[in-house]
Design a protein around this ligand. Sequence first.
Ligand code: GDP
Length: 362
Amino acid sequence: SLSIGIVGLPNVGKSTLFNALTKNDALAANYPFATIEPNVGVVGVPDQRLTVLAELFDSQKIIPATMEFLDIAGIVKGASEGQGLGNKFLANIRETNAICQVIRAFEDPDVTHVDGDVAPSRDIETINTELILADLQTIEKALPRLDKEARTKKDKEKLAVVDAVNAAQKLLDGGVTLFAGAEAAGIDLTLLRELHLLTAKPFLYVFNLDESELTDEALRARLRDLVAPAEAIFLDAKIEAELIELPDDEALELLQGMGQDESGLSQLVRVGFDTLGLQTYLTAGPKESRAWTIRKGATAPEAAGVIHTDFQRGFIKAEIVSFDDLTTAGSMAAARTAGKVRMEGKDYVMQDGDVVEFRFNV
Ligand code: GDP
């Protein structure tokens, strides 16, 4: 499955957050395998719709979509030159599909900051600089070979790759990540795929705030601006760690007391899933109500293939009703009577929250 790497300077709350994520009953209860390795956690993607479906269909169990988080320690200034856990850090992050930067905004005299004081924008720059330098090294190594290949073979596609790599180098040299700047610079990231560049991965940001800052809209807006177009999530990691110890109703009460209606962990998983370019469709029956993971833009046969490759191969059609139409109607039979259940063919592009039954030949 696709994974998100959690990175950040030391002492910003990464481990606190990661542990809360992977020990969280609500997110991880169904997954005894939740911790594959000490630094890899599988979490369920929170989805209220599954609870509703399970009631409607009297399902025995609920199976949410899942995703992986990796706790990647070791970024410090100089990581790209092998400082700290430099090389290991870079190798680990290369394997992930998106990068979640945890940025410290909380003040605490008992928790030292590696660079002296709490300064979110400087820390973001420190991390981005290391990722950019690592990408520039990758490019410097690869460019002569790519260039030579393209020229000797007069290969148009390879020449386009070389152009894209040169443009990327220029962007990175100016201190801009590919994620933030490639589109405006007209760089087609698919041409850079073979280089596995770190800053071409989607980014998202978690700002670890003081409890009192959680409702500070001006601060949130300022921090959000720092990282746009990436998504920003605001939470207090220490409180998240406390929330997971509480029964659901008490946790919600505590959250609402702080002006929040959803835990930071739950937001992180939802936004992370979206950042990975993923969405879900749903199936429901007496056995289970379940969310299945597909990439955005997947067609009906591709979606069927996630359940079983035979479903994709033998795909005939999909019987689909949107979650909203189904719940408004109150039952599958009522939705059918109301004309809300559609038969879709092999070109249908799946929509988030489609409730589906596939018809196929075996
Ligand atoms: P990591 O090095 O980034 O993994 O950071 P840790 O999760 O180990 O946290 C470092 C220290 O900061 C620990 O003592 C945590 O209890 C503390 N800490 C983490 N998050 C918060 C927070 O939101 N507020 C405060 N005051 N302390 C925190």
